[in-house]
Design a protein around this ligand. Structure first.
Ligand SMILES: Nc1nc2c(ncn2[C@@H]2O[C@@H]3COP(=O)(O)O[C@H]3[C@H]2O)c(=O)[nH]1
Length: 566
């Protein structure tokens, strides 16, 4: 409605407040008209209870910690039930230990069913359901509940009838959903999720070998331990020997005693077939995991290689090539990606806003130029910023050029320079400073939109760039802020002593003439633009920045001529 929403750092709290405001208004509304949604108890939660529903969203980490315990209990059952079924591990010494561990695992299962699962929120039609009774009802009607209950049925009581046999605990394996839930949630909160994926895939591999070791022991027992050369001989640690056999068979390493009986041959053949299938899929899975983990690195390498190849084939001077490489390497090292905006583009606006606000709003609010401007305008600006890296000595802008962008220093320093050979440093601007705003905030009348000074990167400088068109688009919606900025622009002009704009373009033309070329015509550029976004033209922009436009334009011309000729 008419009330502005001020986006704060604490986005969750903000969200809760908005929901509360909405609900209060709904309550007022209900007094006058019949609210068609009022009949649904899930859609009209009392505001006071809102905070108690955060188990799934806010306490995600606590829930994951609990799930890790359930996962350990599940894995205990998963690994030890088959081993206890296959190997003779039910001797009187081991039984008390198994019994204690079984009870602990069962207690964890029961707590999960009674305490945690019935409190887990869920989404229905996009609304988070927090009502305890509704949540309980939903859980009790779910297949998960059925599996959970089946998994804790005290089937072990059959011990009294048939003795201590682990097969009666097989129903404990029905808790597998908890393991997969744990795995998914853990991936969701890990910064390097691939580490967990690799561990999990190795776990699957080891478990299959583990099962095979158990089967081999059962097969050996069936044939008679030590009866033939193929079966387990009965010497050494039974589990270790059988596991060794499983590794050699399933991974198809070979070098095992030859099977002789029909049973042995069939068993071994089945082992080989399963081994080929299982291991090829696991290796494929591992390749996918590692491939996904290094995808961005591969993309970076491919982009750099393509650019280098392009420069080499077009005989771009070595100096430029080195600088392009340096730009690639520094950009990659400093921000871990080449183009941040590419990543953010996939997100909905609200998410991009949340990220942009969290990272940069505080810095923006401190900038003198923006003091007194609408907060929402700053947020709009944040969303349009582009991040660019300049190498040491690069000119960010040159005196007399038309100002089309303004800059905010994210990291590093730039220097306002002048005098003969640009040797005089007027001022050094550091992280958080704004520059390039003077020509941007002035009208083009009398050359007011021209740069008033040379600005060059001192070391590596990471800058945010705001386009003039973007700024104008934003300011249309914020007339008050526009006035504030215009006033500040005028003040800056006076305070910084605007130097006379360069009217003579001859200097630049001379630069181009040195290479015996003319600047590319719009037609030529259009022809070149045919390579598409992110293509050659985009790559060339990097060189363009580095060589202040002159040398690269020369090469563009050469290329365009060849292109047109073709
Ligand atoms: N002219 C001038 N510009 C400065 C000075 N200090 C910083 N700058 C910045 O350098 C920028 C050069 O481009 P603009 O004229 O657009 O805006 C200028 C200012 O933002 C100074 O002392 N004089």
């Amino acid at each position: 409605e008419s009330r502005p929403i001020v986006i704060s750092k604490d986005f969750d709290a903000q969200l809760i407040e908005i929901v509360q405001q909405y609900r209060q208004r709904t309550e007022q509304f209900k007094e006058k008209v019949i609210d068609p949604y009022a009949s649904s108890p899930e859609c009209s939660p009392p505001v006071s209870e809102y905070k108690s529903i955060q188990l799934m969203i806010n306490d995600n980490r606590k829930y994951i910690a609990w799930l890790s315990l359930v996962t350990i209990a599940f894995n205990y059952n998963l690994w030890f039930i088959p081993v206890r079924m296959a190997f003779p591990y039910h001797d009187p010494e081991a039984v008390p230990l198994w019994f204690t561990l079984d009870i602990i695992a069962d207690i964890i299962y029961v707590i999960d069913i009674i305490v945690f699962q019935p409190r887990l929120q869920f989404c229905k039609g996009g609304d988070i359901i927090y009502d305890k009774d509704v949540i309980k009802k939903k859980y009790r009607g779910s297949s998960r509940f059925q599996n959970d209950v089946l998994s804790v049925l005290p089937s072990d009581l059959l011990y009294f009838l048939f003795g201590f046999k682990s097969v009666f605990r097989i129903n404990r394996l029905m808790k597998s959903e908890a393991f997969f839930e744990f795995s998914d949630r853990l991936e969701g909160i890990m910064t390097k999720a691939y580490i967990w994926r690799v561990i999990r895939t190795i776990g699957y591999l080891m478990f299959i070998l583990h099962l095979n070791a158990c089967l081999y022991y059962v097969a050996s027992e069936y044939q008679g331990i030590g009866k033939t050369k193929w079966v387990y001989s009965g010497q050494g640690s039974a589990y270790l020997r059988c596991y060794y056999f499983a590794v050699r068979t399933l991974i198809n390493i070979g070098g095992l005693p030859e099977p002789h009986t029909v049973f042995e041959i069939t068993f071994q053949l089945a082992n080989f077939f399963v081994g080929v299938f299982v291991f090829s899929s696991l290796i494929g899975q591992m390749r996918d995991v590692i491939g996904a983990a290094t995808a961005s690195q591969t993309y970076f390498r491919a982009s750099m290689d393509a650019c280098v190849e392009y420069m080499v084939s077009n005989h771009i001077p070595r100096l430029v090539q080195t600088r392009v490489r340096t730009w690639y390497n520094y950009t990659w090292d400093s921000q871990g990606m080449l183009d941040e905006s590419e990543l953010l583009e996939q997100m909905p606006l609200v998410m991009r806003t949340a990220i942009a606000v969290d990272i940069n709003l505080a810095t923006f609010q401190k900038i003198d130029l923006f003091k007194g401007c609408d907060n929402q305008m700053l947020v709009d600006m944040l969303l349009r910023l582009k991040s660019i890296v300049y190498l040491p000595g690069d000119f960010v802008c040159k005196k007399g050029d038309i100002g089309k962008e303004m800059y905010i220093i994210k990291a590093g320093e730039v220097q306002v320079i002048g005098g003969p050979d640009n040797k005089i440093v007027f001022v050094t601007l550091k992280a958080g400073c704004v520059f390039g705003e003077i020509s941007l905030l002035q009208s083009s009348a009398n050359g007011g939109n021209r740069r008033t000074a040379n600005v060059a990167a001192h070391g590596f400088a990471n800058l945010f760039v705001l386009d003039k068109k973007d700024l104008n688009d934003i300011l249309i919606h914020y007339p008050e802020s526009q006035k504030v900025l215009a006033r500040k622009g005028r003040k800056l002009m006076k305070a910084k002593g605007k130097t006379a704009p360069v009217k003579d373009e001859g200097e630049k033309k001379k630069g181009l003439a040195m290479f015996g070329q003319k600047p590319p015509t719009p037609k030529m550029l259009r022809a070149f633009g045919g390579f598409g976004k992110g293509g050659l033209l985009e790559k060339l922009r990097v060189c363009d920045d580095l060589m202040s436009g002159i040398m690269v334009q020369t090469h563009i011309c050469n290329l365009v001529c060849v292109w047109q000729w073709i």
